[in-house]
Design a protein around this ligand. Sequence first.
Ligand SMILES: Cc1cc2nc3c(=O)[nH]c(=O)nc-3n(C[C@H](O)[C@H](O)[C@H](O)COP(=O)(O)OP(=O)(O)OC[C@H]3O[C@@H](n4cnc5c(N)ncnc54)[C@H](O)[C@@H]3O)c2cc1C
Length: 425
Amino acid sequence: MIDSDSNNRPARPHIVIVGAGFGGLACARELGRSDCAVTVVDRRNHNLFQPLLYQVATAALSPADIAEPIRKTLGRYRNIHVVMAEVTGVDAATHALLLNDGERLPYDALVIATGSDYNYFGHDEWRALAPGLKTIHEARLIRQRLLLAFERAERSDDSLERRALLTTVVIGGGPTGVELAGAVRELGHHTIKRDFRSLSVEDHRVLLVEAGNRILTAFPDHLQRYAHDYLQAIGVEIRLNARVEDVDRDGVTVNGETLRAGCVVWGAGVKASPAASWFGIAPGPGGRLPVDDRLRVHGVEDVYAIGDTALALDSKGRPLPALAQVAKQQGEYLGRALKLTFQGREPETFSFRNRGNTAVIGRNAAIFDFGRWTLKGRLAWFLWALVHVYLLINFEKRLLVTIQWISRYVTRQRGARLIDENLSP
Ligand SMILES: Cc1cc2nc3c(=O)[nH]c(=O)nc-3n(C[C@H](O)[C@H](O)[C@H](O)COP(=O)(O)OP(=O)(O)OC[C@H]3O[C@@H](n4cnc5c(N)ncnc54)[C@H](O)[C@@H]3O)c2cc1C
């Protein structure tokens, strides 16, 4: 797998990247056609555009619209090998990565870009009942539960049961929870009205449950208020200071009250991948791997970390947020820095440039925070759409998604309303 040395030339440095998400892919692309041999290891065969996963969960897009085989993305770089395997540990002393099939993969430099996962705060048994939105499987599961609940409600004679089935509880008032709550409300409203003869839109409920006293806390106050008011105007019920105490097959218990629901979704808090445990070092807040200003993992030679799993600080000593733009910029920087390092040159330190934080709330409604100025409403929504199409992995996906968005905007129809009879509900 490593570059061979048949002509007695010194072997090329071997860089191993774990994780082909935003950070890992950006790093690999930067190292493409370089003098390094690169191996990209991921447990999945595809890269996933997570910011649009909520649209798969609400039947607006299909999984293949936002996912791309890693081999296809990196196929044009002859110096990059792709390995589909789960990494289980690292032998830092001998510079070897440990794979789940027992194989050891030697490296000269190792990049950890393993992302993050939802945090169930000690209640991992809730995951099956209230899936998060991290993978295609979870998005399909949520879509399945939403659509099956509509079908069951249509056939139910019991008004209480019908109302329960038509209730969705979204846990967590961050961007994912807000985006999902708005999209589920739109899905229910238009689908029920148009396609279900026995159901009434009055019975469709979406509850957004947040433990804190505000939603979208990463945004300025006036954008929080705008999002709050918009969601309420389209009929999303927002419960603040509402702590989830239990999740079971029938729904959720919040502050002692049981909310019966046909679908429960988890979007409350993230934690880093368990990569810190591979090195036996104490993780930082959120389980993240502490790195220095050149993204080197503290105390482990030749190991770097980027993206959601890394704890990097900005110039004021604050942790950089777990965002795609951070992971991408870090990946691009590290690719360049590693090339320089192996040429014996000293790279500059990493500095993050904020290109704006955004969340979409519904049709014609989004918010943008650029630091010095902000944007909300239809213009922000249009900009959000442009940015997300631009950020998709290639032209084919951009075209596919644009066509479907235009069609959906005009017809309000959601084409991916598929129930898979083999997917366990
Ligand atoms: C629903 C949702 C919406 C979001 N919306 C936005 C948004 O609008 N804007 C924004 O900036 N950010 C958004 N984010 C955050 C953004 O997606 C992440 O910050 C970004 O994906 C982090 O990139 P990464 O490279 O660190 O990790 P990821 O993109 O998560 O990639 C990690 C990769 O590592 C692989 N991996 C993990 N563990 C192992 C292992 N042990 N062995 C092998 N492979 C492994 C995974 O399979 C995955 O491919 C959103 C996230 C979610 C979940």
